[in-house]
Design a binder for this molecule. Structure first.
Ligand code: GLC
Length: 642
């Protein structure tokens, strides 16, 4: 491994290159002192990770120094309020775990544009939201653009949604309301209309080096052997022929999304600086999109390569230097066992992303609902490690993507060779193709009914709310929805609610889908926010009001009881029946989740009475509850505190 000659640490002080010292000496003293402290910690690590990636390149030291200098300029340009926030957060590593609640929405569908989002702040506050993930709002390529995930400029807001000033105004107002804005940061690929792609297409060798190319169809075929298909129906294959270049660009997702080549150091430098610029506009969290795919290695599936983690750790160092109040969230939709490295392992523990999606728990919850059996959730949770300080799982019931079933393959395979059929059953169940199913979702990327991939649909449609014909069916659907959310809230460090799920919004109408450009099955759960349904959220006689009130009760309970915080360890306990999931948080809180459509009576076995509590207070109703003989209503969730 190459060494950095001009950086070593002597008694906690990093010896900084002369150019960096000069910059700090000319900077305002208060900031210079703090930046020097941060560099003492971060520069050695940053140098190490980047030298692993790029140390073999000539001029590496100059390149590294330049990167740090640019980052320091951005740190010096950081607005005072954000600088103050950085300082405050640096002293509280778990700041994002205290009563946090996420909300995720498309700007246009939720509120028209960025200014419109400001009109929704009071709603978000009422719900208890502390973190708002607005789906891609940077300038995208011409549609179809994968819902904005094909970015044409990382430095400009999508003109259809506003401008950079609107973004800054919004982040300020959100911050004043106690809400951090999260932006997608699409690291893995850019739109084919991004200036780098246009220059590459026009023959510029430097910008061609920003992408991965296969020169022959044989090379493509060879690579494909070990790669997976993300969109097997709508975008089969991982390469797209670009006639002007006479080569195939690597396009893991859609053909108009060109994968970036992170062996090229300038890609890392440019992306990291764009991230810091957005942070200076007040973006407080970044959802690092498709992180698992950042590094390609021939003969592998090109997912989760060690270099991915060096890239992310280097990015974390850079944010720790220039914007340490910023939170990094890994979007790595991978089986549970592949996720711990995204938080950092061994001596890098806690030094990578602050948050990662727990997609296996999400998918497992849906399987459990279809099966009325919680075994798969128990399996997933038993593979879920405790996290380092300052790290959290993002839990969720639904998001803008499909429910992917393949993340559960390891758990299924561990149970037996025939168990994957359960994923197919779940997929068919939520597509409404199984007798007795109440769901109105659809299969995703699987034209062959025997192949399982993902399912689409809003939560309300999947739990049977939109198919309910009778008050009893409606009540059952409501209970399913609230129980699923209560589970996500119980487990999550940062639970996330998808737009409209707080009051039970249904699927996008067929008419609306037909008007959208670029058919993608995920449009089913990307409806325009329905003002009519939303207006009923405070009306207890309406189903929307009932869902909203029930969900808010769990949210409030979580906020008011610090013993429910994800900083306390989580464990699974045996309730004596696999239809009821039993979770214990710390020493004095229990969560019981009845996934069955039948009432369940608990007759605690020794496992419960010895390891947990025999009674407690229901955190929602405030009533005293004895676990012995407790009857759980169908699809109910109970949180108990000793
Ligand atoms: C992420 C996004 C998804 C998008 C993909 C490619 O997985 O969540 O919506 O299609 O990245 O950018």
């Amino acid at each position: 491994m190459p060494l950095i000659e001009d950086c070593h640490v002597i008694s906690g002080q990093a010896h900084l290159p002369a150019r960096i010292n000069e910059l700090l000496e000319s900077a305002p003293i208060t900031r210079a002192v703090v930046l020097r402290e941060r560099l003492n910690v971060e520069f050695p690590v940053l140098s190490d990770r980047l030298s692993r990636l790029y140390g073999g390149n000539k001029n590496f030291s100059d390149w590294l120094n330049q990167l740090v200098i640019q980052s320091l300029h951005l740190a010096l340009a950081r607005p005072d309020d954000l600088w103050a926030l950085d300082t405050q957060r640096a002293s509280q590593p778990n700041w994002h775990l205290q009563g946090s609640l996420g909300y995720c929405a498309y700007t246009d569908k939720f509120a028209g544009n960025l200014s419109g989002v400001r009109q929704r702040i009071s709603h978000l506050q009422e719900l208890g939201v502390t973190y708002l993930h607005l789906l891609p709002f940077l300038k995208p390529g011409t549609p179809p653009n994968d819902g904005g995930f094909a970015v044409a400029s990382y430095d400009e807001v999508d003109p259809a949604l506003g401008n950079n000033q609107d973004l800054q105004t919004l982040t300020k107002e959100l911050r004043a309301a106690g809400i951090s804005l999260c932006s997608d940061f699409v690291l893995n690929h850019v739109s084919h209309e991004h200036k780098w792609a246009l220059k590459a297409r026009a023959g510029d060798a430097h910008y061609q080096s920003y992408f991965h190319w296969a020169k022959t169809s044989e090379e493509v075929a060879e690579q494909e052997k070990s790669l997976i298909q993300i969109f097997p129906n709508t975008a089969p294959g991982n390469f797209t022929f670009i006639p002007e270049v006479k080569a195939w660009a690597w396009t893991t997702f859609y053909p108009y999304q060109w994968d970036l080549n992170y062996t090229q150091p300038d890609v890392f430098a440019e992306m990291s600086q764009s991230l810091l610029q957005l942070a200076n506009l007040g973006v407080e969290a970044f959802r690092l999109d498709s992180t698992g795919f950042l590094w390609k290695r021939a003969g592998t599936n090109c997912m989760n390569q060690p270099e991915v983690h060096w890239i992310l750790q280097a990015l974390r160092c850079i944010t720790n230097i220039a914007a340490p109040g910023v939170l990094l969230k890994a979007e790595a939709i991978m089986p549970t066992q592949d996720l711990p490295p995204y938080f950092g392992l061994g001596d890098t523990k806690g030094a990578e992303c602050h948050v990662a999606y727990h997609s296996s728990l999400m998918s497992a919850s849906w399987v459990a609902l279809a099966e009325e059996n919680t075994q798969i959730i128990q399996d997933v949770l038993s593979h879920t490690p405790a996290l380092p300080d300052g790290c959290a799982w993002m839990t969720y019931v639904r998001c803008h993507d499909d429910i992917g079933w393949n993340v559960l393959r390891p758990e299924m395979d561990a149970r037996g060779a025939d168990q994957r059929a359960r994923l197919l059953h779940a997929s068919q169940f939520f597509a409404g193709k199984v007798s007795g199913s109440y769901a109105q979702g659809a299969a995703f990327q699987a034209s062959d009914p025997t192949v399982v991939h993902g399912n689409n649909g809003m939560a309300a449609a999947l739990v049977g709310l939109t198919s309910a014909q009778t008050p009893a069916e409606q009540a059952a659907a409501k209970s399913r929805l609230v129980m699923m959310q209560a589970l996500s809230l119980f487990v999550g460090g940062l639970p996330l609610i998808y737009m409209g799920d707080e009051w039970g919004q249904g699927n996008t109408s067929a008419q609306e889908i037909a008007q959208r450009q670029g058919p993608d099955g995920r449009e089913l759960h990307r409806p325009m926010f329905d003002e009519h349904g939303f207006a009923n959220r405070h009306d207890a006689s309406k189903i929307q009001g009932q869902i909203y009130a029930a969900l808010r009760a769990f949210i409030q309970a979580k906020k008011q009881n610090s013993s429910l915080s994800a900083t306390h360890p989580l464990s699974v306990f045996n309730t004596g029946t696999s239809t009821v999931l039993g979770l214990k948080r710390g020493g004095n809180v229990l969560g019981l989740f009845n996934f069955s459509g039948q009432p369940q009576t608990l007759s605690p076995k020794p496992a419960i009475t010895q390891n947990c509590m025999t009674n407690g207070t229901d955190l929602i109703s405030g009533k005293a509850i004895d676990l012995q003989g407790l009857q759980l209503a169908p699809y109910s969730a109970i949180w108990l505190k000793k």
